[in-house]
Design a binder for this molecule. Sequence first.
Ligand code: DX5
Ligand code: ZN
Length: 235
Amino acid sequence: MRIEDRTGTCGKRKRNFMIIAPSILSADFSNLERDINAVVNAGAQWIHVDVMDGMFVPNISIGPVVVKSIRKATRAFLDCHLMIMEPERYIDDFVKAGADSITVHVEATRHLQRILAMIRETGLKSGVSLNPSTPLDSIKYCLGDIDLVLIMSVNPGFGGQTFIDAVLPKIFDTKELLSGRNIQLQVDGGVNKDNIARLARMGVDNVVAGSSIFGTENPSKTIKEMFEIVSSVSR
Ligand code: DX5
Ligand code: ZN
């Protein structure tokens, strides 16, 4: 089954529709299937998987083995955010594990265009991510190889950090850069019920939210509330 058929959303979002991708980094790892089903049943079509190697970022999280298990548990779009050095070493493993998209960091690879093209060749969606201090110019000449741009609104490595407001102008500039192209703008880090409306108004297509969903008593109720906030925003 093709990705678009499974999710109905990648590159085909309805007008005014924002994707909210819950990050399982803040879920209960002893109950991952339960937590994923809770948010998917509440309307989440994407699940964000944070992969960390203890080198590119200070933290270590999960890898392809866990993605393979999650793939069996859900039909949601598996959005794999690789916060690892030289991600080209692991593309095949994530493809085989059942990822739907792979996002790599500009700062983690020497040959960005090559790896983006490599991801595309596998049939997956390719994403590129920028740390808060990384200039937007670094992706200017790779736009033909990208399906998604992920602007980090925290320094990657941990869930539960505060949204860095200084990134707002970069989000604005990215929206402009992507204008007229079929490339999603995703924002990750510190997104919650208080700032999601602002991001929707700025034209952000896709937000990642971890602790503000899984850190609440009722994640399914929380994501529904986030969808309501987003739908009340006219763009
Ligand atoms: C940070 C990760 C995020 C993280 C977001 O390094 O890339 O996806 O899980 O967590 P919150 O939403 O809690 O900031
Ligand atoms: Zn992430």
